[in-house]
Design a protein around this ligand. Sequence first.
Ligand SMILES: NC(=O)c1ccc[n+]([C@@H]2O[C@H](COP(=O)([O-])OP(=O)(O)OC[C@H]3O[C@@H](n4cnc5c(N)ncnc54)[C@H](OP(=O)(O)O)[C@@H]3O)[C@@H](O)[C@H]2O)c1
Ligand SMILES: *[C@@H]1O[C@H](CO)[C@@H](O)[C@H](O)[C@H]1NC(C)=O
Ligand SMILES: *[C@@H]1O[C@H](CO)[C@@H](O)[C@H](O)[C@H]1NC(C)=O
Ligand SMILES: *[C@@H]1O[C@H](CO)[C@@H](O)[C@H](O)[C@H]1NC(C)=O
Length: 325
Amino acid sequence: MGTYSNTAVWVDGLVVIGGFTVLFYFLKFSWKCWWGLRVYVLSEYWKTDLRTYGQWAVVTGATSGIGKAYANELAKRGLDIVLVSRSEEKLKATALDIERQYGRQTCVIQADFTEGHAIYPIIAEKLQNLDIGILVNNVGMTYSPGLAYYMDIPNPGMRITEIINCNILSVAQMTRLVLPHMVERSKGLIINISSEAGSEPQPMLTLYSATKIFVTYFSRGLNAEYSPKGVTVQCVAPFLVSTNMTNNRTINAFVKSAQDFAYEALNTVGHSTFTSGCLSHALQHIALCIFFPGWLRLSSSCVRKTEKFARRAQQKIGRTGKKEN
Ligand SMILES: NC(=O)c1ccc[n+]([C@@H]2O[C@H](COP(=O)([O-])OP(=O)(O)OC[C@H]3O[C@@H](n4cnc5c(N)ncnc54)[C@H](OP(=O)(O)O)[C@@H]3O)[C@@H](O)[C@H]2O)c1
Ligand SMILES: *[C@@H]1O[C@H](CO)[C@@H](O)[C@H](O)[C@H]1NC(C)=O
Ligand SMILES: *[C@@H]1O[C@H](CO)[C@@H](O)[C@H](O)[C@H]1NC(C)=O
Ligand SMILES: *[C@@H]1O[C@H](CO)[C@@H](O)[C@H](O)[C@H]1NC(C)=O
């Protein structure tokens, strides 16, 4: 009899604990779904008015791919655009396009971010008298071939410095240039384009992946420092977007066009400070975290597979390249 009631108490206890656990996970799951819905779906109807941040938006790497798409979308939403990139010709063409299509003012700054610290005084001078509300730190490069062992980067002595200058120094320096004005007016938005490749260490893309986690940490730390002062720092970590960097990959459910990506990512402003940018990429991020965790990516068998994959991709590019010539 005594044993029976003891067991009953135990069972009741377990039922209560089990019930709370189920309730907890149910609430957590519901909250995540609601959050995702708000950030990626409802944000289309609750857009933040980007003009409230200021008159001008600065976009680095603005003449192609994701940067160009951001510049166009920001102009469409009523901002004047400062374009910063390497090629004077492409800058002029992109600026003219924006002026014609959206009737906004533009200003172009020719700079090569691989050159390091020498370029920033020149950029600072050009930005001096502009009311800058938004900075998009987009410029970034990877090495070709895309996947390679660290010591197989072509011309490593120069290339390593260039990549660090372009992907890391540009973010830190450009932020320094615009932040004082933003803090003074207690409003501003800084968007950093990181990458899914920066969410876990990525063998054979090691340097690129490491530069992107810098961007992520920098953004998150900076957001904590400056959001009480009115400046929002958002970090966007996309998966695949069809651009020159990704060899103009075919667009499908997984791969976004740059325009669609910039549109969706700009809708998430004000709703999230750390985002994949769009629903498709957020779902891929969740799937990857579950089915392809960090320890698996770093395993030696996986590195071997990546190497084989890289070799095949390289041969394919080589073949199509020859056909074009
Ligand atoms: N595409 C993707 O799937 C993907 C995924 C995750 C993250 N990202 C990130 O998104 C960002 C943009 O990538 P994207 O795919 O749009 O690249 P992209 O199409 O190659 O465009 C790069 C842009 O940056 C400029 N640029 C490149 N090197 C420069 C330099 N040294 N100095 C000044 N400007 C320079 C280019 O202008 P010029 O041609 O005039 O040099 C161009 O406007 C990068 O930070 C990348 O890491 C891309
Ligand atoms: C992101 O934004 C922060 C905030 O200003 C900035 O400090 C940082 O350099 C930017 N870039 C990256 C890659 O995080
Ligand atoms: C694409 O990238 C290649 C190699 O990085 C570069 O030479 C070419 O100018 C780029 N094309 C465009 C349209 O950006
Ligand atoms: C991608 O497309 C653009 C424009 O259509 C072209 O200029 C560029 O050379 C292409 N890049 C690659 C790597 O095929």
